[in-house]
Ligand binder design. Structure first.
Ligand code: GLA
Length: 381
C-alpha cells in the first residue's frame, strides 16, 4: 500500500525528495463501550488496517492534500491559516494545524485501508497519523499520550464531536499482540497480552451507511451529564459516572426518575465492572468467561444504552446462534459499524457463511468480514 501512495505522490508532486512515510492503525474495542467519556475502563487493541501517509514540507504557505480514498475531490489546496469548514477531510487537517499550532505548508498523499464508516476509527487513525506526521516534519515528534490528547481536542473543539479519549489513545499507544486496559480517568494503562488460545476473533461490518451517529453520540453524552447533575443536586458530587461502584448503585439509581436515564446509568456502571472482569479473563486465558462478558456487554448496549440498532443486533444475535461461538458484541460507537465475535478455531468459516446468508435475508445486503492482526501504534515507516 505504501508503494501505491508513493507512486501517487510522485504523480502529483513530481518526486519523493525530503518525504517521510507514516502508518497509523485503526482499532477495535474488545469491551468497555461508551464509558471512556464517563471516566471508565476500556480494553481496545490497535489493528493493522489503518492509514498510510507520504508527506513533506513544501516551504510555502499552502497545504496540498490528496486522499486516495476521496480521489474524486482531487488535490485540496488551502492556506495554512484557513480554518473554514468545508465538510470534507480537509476540516480535520485544518483542525490539526490549528490545535497542534503547526502552520507550515506541506504536500501530503494518504490512503486508508479502513472502510469508511465501519466504526474501526478511520477518522482517529487519520487524525492521529497526520498529527504525528506533521510534528515529525517539524522535527519535534509528538507521540503517545500527548498525541492522543491533542487529537481528541481536534475532534472535540474543531469537529464538534464530543468523543472520549479511547480511539486516539489506542491508536497512538497500541502494541503488537496486546490490548491496553486503559483507565480513562487517570490515563494509566496496563498491557494485556492478546492471546486467544484455540479461538479466533472475527470482525464483521454491518455495512450500514451511518447517519446521525454524531448527534446520537452527543445525545448519550448529554444524558450522562444529566445523571451527574441529578446526583449533584442531591448532594453527591462525582466528576464521572464510573467513580460509582456496585455498592452505591442502588441508592443512586433511586434518585433518577426518567426511565431512559436509569437505563443509561445501569449500562455505564455494569460495563465498567464487566471490562475489569474481561481483562482478568483475557489475562488468565479464560476465553469462555471473556466471551460471556462480551455478549452481556452487547445486551446492555442494546437494551440499556440503546446504541445498537437492527443491523448490529441481527449480526451479533446470528453469530451467537452458530456452533462454536463463545461470545459476540458490537464494537465502537454503534448505530452501525462493526461487530466482533469470538469463535472456537475451526468453526469460524461456516459461521461467517451462515451469518452472511441470514443477515442478507433480514437486512437486504451483505455484511463484510475482516481478518486483522493486533498492531502497534502510529509510527514513521
Ligand atoms: C467512539 C468514540 C470513543 C468511544 C466509543 C464508544 O468510537 O470516538 O471515544 O466513546 O465511540 O465506546
Amino acid at each position: 500500500m505504501l508503494e501505491k501512495v508513493k507512486t501517487k505522490f510522485v504523480e502529483l508532486f513530481g518526486n519523493l525528495d525530503n518525504t517521510k512515510y507514516f502508518f497509523s492503525p485503526g482499532r477495535i474495542n474488545i469491551i468497555g463501550e461508551h464509558i471512556d467519556y464517563n471516566g471508565g475502563m476500556v480494553l481496545p487493541c490497535a489493528i493493522d488496517i489503518g492509514t498510510y501517509f507520504v508527506a513533506r514540507k513544501n516551504n510555502t504557505n499552502k497545504i496540498n492534500a490528496y486522499s486516495m480514498q476521496f480521489a474524486e475531490l482531487g488535490v485540496l489546496s488551502f492556506d495554512v491559516y484557513d480554518e473554514n469548514h468545508t465538510k470534507n477531510y480537509s476540516d480535520f487537517i485544518k483542525g490539526i494545524v490549528k490545535i497542534f499550532d503547526l502552520h507550515f505548508g506541506f504536500d501530503m498523499v494518504c490512503c486508508g485501508t479502513i472502510p469508511h464508516s465501519s466504526g474501526l476509527s478511520s477518522s482517529a487513525s487519520f487524525c492521529t497519523g497526520l498529527g504525528f506526521a506533521l510534528s515529525t516534519l517539524n522535527n519535534n515528534p509528538i507521540s503517545g499520550t500527548n498525541l492522543a490528547l491533542l487529537c481528541k481536542r481536534v475532534e472535540n473543539e474543531h469537529m464538534g464531536v464530543n468523543s472520549g479519549i479511547m480511539d486516539q489513545f489506542i491508536i497512538a499507544n497500541g502494541i503488537e499482540n496486546g490490548a491496553l486496559l486503559l483507565n480513562c480517568n487517570t490515563l494509566e494503562y496496563k498491557t494485556i497480552p492478546f492471546d486467544l488460545k484455540d479461538n479466533v476473533l472475527i470482525i464483521a461490518n454491518t455495512n450500514k451507511k451511518r447517519q446521525l451517529t454524531d448527534s446520537k453520540y452527543n445525545e448519550r453524552r448529554a444524558e450522562c451529564d444529566e445523571i451527574l447533575n441529578i446526583f449533584s443536586n442531591n448532594g453527591y458530587k462525582y466528576k464521572y459516572l464510573c467513580e460509582i461502584n456496585e455498592n452505591e448503585f442502588d441508592k443512586l439509581i433511586s434518585l433518577i426518575d426518567k426511565d431512559n436515564l436509569k437505563k443509561r446509568f445501569r449500562h455505564v456502571v455494569s460495563e465498567n465492572i464487566r471490562t475489569i472482569k474481561a481483562s482478568k479473563a483475557l489475562e488468565n486465558g479464560d476465553i469462555k468467561l471473556l466471551g460471556e462478558l462480551l455478549t452481556q456487554s452487547h445486551m446492555s448496549l442494546k437494551d440499556d444504552y440503546e446504541v445498537t440498532g437492527k443491523e448490529l443486533d441481527t449480526l451479533v444475535l446470528n453469530f451467537l446462534k452458530q456452533e462454536g461461538c463463545i461470545g459476540a458484541r458490537m464494537t465502537g460507537a454503534g448505530f452501525g459499524g462493526c461487530g466482533i465475535a469470538l469463535f472456537k478455531k475451526g468453526f469460524e468459516i461456516k459461521a461467517m457463511e451462515k451469518v452472511k446468508e441470514l443477515y442478507l435475508k433480514d437486512i437486504g445486503y451483505e455484511p463484510s468480514f475482516y481478518q486483522v492482526k493486533i498492531s502497534g501504534g502510529t509510527k514513521e515507516i
